[in-house]
Design a protein around this ligand. Structure first.
Ligand SMILES: *[C@@H]1O[C@H](CO)[C@@H](O)[C@H](O)[C@H]1NC(C)=O
Ligand SMILES: *[C@@H]1O[C@H](CO)[C@@H](O)[C@H](O)[C@H]1NC(C)=O
Length: 548
């Protein structure tokens, strides 16, 4: 037994070693698992870095906001002063009321506890309208350069019902403090959920070139982006990106993985371009239009031997009453054990009768009561005669109305270029769940810049989250992949105890059996069960016990 315990403890010790090891070196000394408190609101102490306890201070990573050349917009939320200067909370009123429509509160929070000075915008109210917006640094015009929108969101309390999308406002967006649900946008993009209905919206507003009417065009696959349920519930940062190109193609991606491609001309409902022809609304089916493809043969006659009167079922003429069928006993009897309920009201309920139960005398018989032969299909049954169907010589095909040129027809072969320029970005959201965080909103025409920002923002958060959720084995493997010499250590630390374990543990059932047999010889309880004479074993057992 002692040796077995030894090999167990070696195994345990080696596992502990790995745990300790992987926790300490995997991501360098500075990182530690995130504390539970993701919600640290720092807007009040953002200037006061000493506020953090010295302990957590030393474990944090100094986050550096990426610096890029001027874009249309790059908002990292890391500079609180700049944020407050340029973002506007809507003070629009509810219809027919002096109450504010957008009474949802916003704040700045740390993106992850570990990242010092990395801030994000967050919604702070449940079941409220939230509106916040910012002007672009320069207007984006849909010309010859791609349009790329990228941002991150994190659902810290999941999402019951509500959006986390962005609206790209059509220029001129006017005074942003007046922002409301009617404010015109060119593109709306981002996640939205209500119950089990989950979407990644991509909507654009198209201007009818004939009369200037604006219509929303909805991406037809908004409902079929994979893994959206995870996005809303896994409590991690997610990156959403829309790439739109001057050739009217687009690409949508979540966390850089599940990209979907499409075309502005083909993948939207209703389509950008109306049909060239429509059904003539004045055309109607002529009275004598025969749409019947087949008709009953008018020349067919009912055969003389067709008897329509034969029934479908007859009693089986070959059936005989089983010998043990008792016609004198009823099949059901009234339950002799049933009693009239105390509250039975003769006047209201009528005469009481005991419920019927199957007659117990019949349970071992083939049956009781009047016997009748079972019903079978009638072999002579033919049913009503019908003439066979033949092709209709007068058939003219399915009637369809005449096509006429669509009076509303137009053709916009370049919906990218006809989109209204964008001069602001807005959150205009209704949300049931609170604590939706947003970060790193980027509008650029250069994919390299989007990737660069992504690698210095989203990627870092992702690695920290992965680090937090990876189990010991994954951590150990990742570390060993970066430092191959670790495999030798693992082999030693795991391999040696494993050999010992097999040697001392798995071989032991036989030993254990022998041991047990020896013990049984000393066991008086065991001995008493045998018929053998029981000499001095009991005394010997007692002695042994006293010595022990
Ligand atoms: C349908 O008939 C009405 C009345 O004759 C006419 O005014 C209208 O233009 C017709 N519509 C079409 C699409 O031809
Ligand atoms: C503009 O044309 C569309 C059809 O192309 C039509 O549905 C809409 O009513 C028109 N709008 C105006 C204001 O005429």
């Amino acid at each position: 037994m002692g040796r077995k315990i030894n090999s167990y403890s070696i195994l345990l010790l080696s596992l502990l070693l790995i745990t300790y090891h992987s926790n300490n070196v995997c991501y360098g000394q500075q990182q530690q698992p995130e504390s539970e408190d993701d919600e640290t609101i720092i807007s009040n102490n953002i200037d006061n870095n000493n506020d953090q306890s010295s302990e957590s201070e030393s474990e944090q990573i100094d986050y550096v906001t990426p610096q890029i050349d001027e874009q249309y917009l790059y908002e990292s939320f890391d500079n609180q002063e700049k944020f407050q200067q340029r973002w506007h909370k809507s003070v629009a009123h509810k219809a027919d009321s002096s109450d504010l429509k957008y009474d949802g509160e916003w704040d700045l929070v740390r993106t992850q506890d570990l990242l010092k000075d990395d801030l994000a915008l967050i919604t702070k109210s449940k079941a409220r309208h939230h509106a916040y917006s910012v002007k672009l640094d320069k207007i984006y015009k849909f010309n010859s350069k791609p349009f790329i929108l990228q941002y991150e969101a994190q659902f810290r309390n999941g999402q019951e019902c509500g959006g986390a999308y962005l609206k790209l406002l059509a220029a001129p967006s006017g005074n942003l403090e007046d922002l409301n649900d009617k404010t015109r946008y060119s593109i709306m993009f981002g996640p939205d959920k209500c119950g089990n209905d989950m979407k990644l919206h991509f909507i654009f507003n198209h201007i009818n070139p004939r009369n200037g009417t604006i219509t929303e065009k909805h991406w037809s696959k908004a409902n079929s982006v994979t893994n959206m349920d995870e996005v809303f519930k896994d409590n991690r940062w997610h990156q959403f990106r829309l790439e739109l190109y001057p050739d009217n193609t687009f690409q949508v991606s979540v966390d850089k993985h599940y990209a979907q491609k499409g075309s502005l001309l083909e993948d939207f409902k209703p389509p950008v371009n109306p049909p060239k022809t429509i059904d003539d609304p004045n055309d109607s089916k002529p009275e004598d239009w025969d749409e019947r493809e087949k008709i009953p043969d008018p020349d067919a006659v009912k055969p003389d031997d067709w008897d329509e009167n034969e029934p479908r079922k007859i009693t089986d003429p070959n059936a005989v009453k089983p010998d043990d069928w008792n016609e004198d006993e009823p099949e059901m009897i009234s339950d002799p054990e049933a009693k009239k309920p105390d509250d039975w009201d003769q006047e209201m309920d009528g005469d009481w009768e005991a419920p019927l139960i199957p007659n117990p005398k019949c349970s071992s018989l083939a049956g009781c009561g009047k016997w009748s032969a079972p019903l079978i299909d009638n072999p002579k049954y033919k049913g009503k005669w019908k003439a066979p169907m033949i092709a209709n010589p007068a058939y003219k095909g399915k009637w369809v109305p005449k096509k006429i040129p669509n009076p509303d027809f137009y053709e916009d072969l370049n919906p990218f270029k006809t989109m209204s320029p964008i001069d602001a970005v807005a959150f205009e959201l209704w949300t049931i769940s609170d604590n939706i965080a947003f970060d790193n909103i980027l509008i650029t025409d250069d994919l390299d810049i989007a990737n660069y920002i992504s690698s210095l923002t989203y990627q870092i958060k992702k690695e920290i989250s992965d680090e937090k959720t990876d189990n010991i084995m994954v951590k150990a493997m990742k570390y060993a992949n970066k430092n191959p010499w670790m495999w030798a250590v693992y082999l030693f630390v795991i391999g040696i105890p494993l050999v010992l374990f097999i040697a001392f543990c798995c071989v032991s059932p036989l030993k254990l059996l022998q041991q047990q047999q020896q013990e049984q010889e000393y066991d008086p309880a065991y001995s008493k069960k045998t018929d053998q004479p029981q000499p001095d074993y009991v005394d010997e057992y007692e002695k042994k016990r006293l010595i022990d």
